[in-house]
Design a protein around this ligand. Structure first.
Ligand SMILES: [Fe+2]
Ligand SMILES: [Fe+2]
Length: 160
C-alpha cells in the first residue's frame, strides 16, 4: 500500500454497531473489503487495474446481498423509512457500477479514488441511515431475559 493511504484503513469499533449481529457482521465485511482495496493501492496502475477488475464484481455482489438483507428486515418490521432507505441503496449500486465502468475505461486509473468513495459512502451510510433503522428497531423490539433484543409478530403489529 502507498504510505499516504495508511490512514485510510478502518478498524471496526463498537460505535459502528447497529445492534443486529447479522448486519454488524456484514458491515465488518464491507470495511474489510475497502481495507483490502486500499492494501492494493501500490501506485502501479496496471497492477491496480488488474486487481480491481478481479474483485469488483464479487464486491458489488456482496454489497447487493447486504442491501437485500437490510431491506428484508425493514420490510418485515414495517420500517416507515424503507422506501427512502432503499432509494439510497439503489442509487449507490448504480453509482458504483457506473464508476467501475468509468474507471475501467479511463486512461488514468486510480484505485485509491474509487476506494475512498466506497469507504466514505459506507461509513456515512452506516452512521446515519443504518443507525436510523436501528433506532426504530430498538423502539419496537422486546428485550429478552438475557438482555438481547428480539422482534416478535406482536411487536411488528404494534410498531407499525
Ligand atoms: Fe448497511
Ligand atoms: Fe443500509
Amino acid at each position: 500500500m502507498l504510505k499516504s493511504l495508511k490512514t485510510e484503513l478502518v478498524t471496526w469499533s463498537p460505535t459502528f454497531s447497529v445492534g443486529i449481529k447479522l448486519i454488524d457482521d456484514q458491515h465488518k465485511e464491507l470495511l474489510k473489503l475497502t481495507n483490502d482495496l486500499f492494501n492494493h493501492c501500490i501506485g502501479d496502475e496496471k497492477a491496480e487495474r488488474m486487481y480491481f477488475q478481479k474483485v469488483i464484481h464479487s464486491a458489488v455482489s456482496y454489497i447487493k446481498v447486504h442491501f437485500a438483507t437490510e431491506e428484508k428486515i425493514m420490510l418485515k418490521t414495517n420500517f416507515p423509512g424503507y422506501a427512502e432507505h432503499k432509494k439510497q441503496h439503489d442509487s449507490f449500486i448504480l453509482t458504483i457500477v457506473d464508476q467501475a465502468k468509468t474507471f475501467e475505461e479511463a486512461r488514468q486509473f486510480s484505485l485509491s479514488t474509487i476506494t475512498k468513495f466506497l469507504k466514505n459512502w459506507i461509513l456515512e451510510h452506516i452512521a446515519i441511515s443504518d443507525k436510523q433503522y436501528f433506532d426504530y428497531f430498538r423502539k419496537i423490539a422486546t428485550r429478552k431475559e438475557d438482555g438481547r433484543l428480539s422482534i416478535a409478530e406482536e411487536d411488528i403489529k404494534s410498531g407499525a
